[in-house]
Design a protein around this ligand. Structure first.
Ligand code: ZN
Ligand code: ZN
Ligand code: ZN
Length: 236
């Protein structure tokens, strides 16, 4: 790692070393407090609540895809060439992984594999992630000068502000995204909403049981009719 920082920009080293999607320590009690924005000027990550402090800075939105941090190719291409990194299309956005993912089984085959970590890849690609590309280039070329691009202005897409940035194309994704469909019954604050969401499954089951037990009551109508009939004895 000696001399590592001399050969790559600080922001890139920080980006690849950062742990995203942890709660922001400044906004511990806020609703959307996952650190999913990276500031290239401050070389740090923060949550959407922190945005006002970085308005004029160059910002990169981090998303999650199959438990790993990804960024949109459109954004990353403004900073560094990533055409040789395998991309994935999800929610109509092309994304690439920031870091290599641990592999469950070692890959030994004749197919195309990541030049850095041996992960199997689709054909035209050379790297599984940005970090694999960076690592190899630092090793083979001693720098990234030819890959880096000048970028003076990198705003967040307007749609992503205070958005949790979670992509949900696959069912494997963490259920961290706030799906508030059908939880309108309880109301209440953030903590309450979270509790409702986590017990939603059992609640609906109980409701189903209740409606099954209470059958439509027909006999009531018959009783009312009986009462209406005058029963006076004619003999006295
Ligand atoms: Zn924050
Ligand atoms: Zn900043
Ligand atoms: Zn790799």
């Amino acid at each position: 790692m000696v001399g590592f920082t001399n050969r790559m920009p600080h922001w890139l080293e920080a980006l690849l070393g950062e742990r995203f999607f942890n709660p922001c320590t400044i906004h511990e009690t806020a609703k959307k407090n996952e650190k999913n924005i990276f500031c290239l000027d401050c070389c740090s990550s923060f949550c959407p609540q922190c945005l006002p402090l970085h308005r004029t800075h160059r910002l990169l939105q981090i998303r999650r895809y199959v438990y790993h941090d990804v960024v949109r190719v459109d954004d990353l291409e403004k900073l560094i060439d990533c055409s040789s990194v395998q991309s994935y299309t999800t929610n109509s956005a092309k994304v690439v992984f920031l870091n290599e993912r641990t592999q469950s089984r070692p890959f030994r085959g004749s197919c195309n594999a990541c030049r850095s970590c041996d992960r199997p890849l689709q054909d035209p690609y050379l790297f599984c992630s940005l970090s694999c590309k960076v690592k190899l280039l630092l090793r083979s070329e001693g720098g990234l000068a030819r890959e880096l691009r000048e970028c003076e202005f990198l705003p967040l897409p307007s749609s992503c502000e205070l958005d949790d940035g979670q992509l949900t194309p696959d069912s494997i994704l963490e259920s961290a995204s706030a799906t508030s469909s059908g939880s309108s019954a309880g109301g209440g604050g953030g903590a309450g909403a979270r509790a409702i969401r986590s017990t939603a499954g059992t609640e609906s089951l109980a409701q189903r049981r209740r409606s099954a037990a209470g059958r439509p009551s027909g006999p009531e109508v018959v009783n009312r009719r009986k009462k209406g009939v005058p029963t006076r004895s004619p003999l006295y």
